[in-house]
Design a protein around this ligand. Sequence first.
Ligand code: FES
Length: 155
Amino acid sequence: MERKDFLRSLGAGAAFALTFPCLNGCSNSEDLEQFPEPDGVDFTVDLTSAEATPLATNGGFILVSSNPSLGYTDIVVARNLQGELIAASQICSHQQTEEVRFISEDGGIFRCSTHGSRFDQDGTPLNSVTSNPLRVFNTELVDDNTLRVFETLMA
Ligand code: FES
């Protein structure tokens, strides 16, 4: 029996599953634009700036660069559904695309649209796409209008 006859005998659904086994979970990383995960994070956000306007609303988020010399954004700063300011890597811990965003589902989580990984606000993976935690960062209000985003360096 030839391959096409074999696939036809299985039916369209099975043939699709055999032919495209990795559509949603294991893309060839060479097809993806990958970025280094942020490192040495320590910067501030002017909460009065126009760019920070989404942070005035619970569930809002902005994408910012941990270092302006990067030329791209790599941090998601969000106001969670409880009104707290939180921050995580925009670079996914699965295959390092820059598609992590904050979404208001399930009480507020981080999600990467590349393959659908979901992370709790502490970076814990919430589905089987990856077991690698998402990097999350500390936040503190320096004053009423300035948010510091930083990581705690390991000793
Ligand atoms: S790169 Fe695969 S889920 Fe984010």
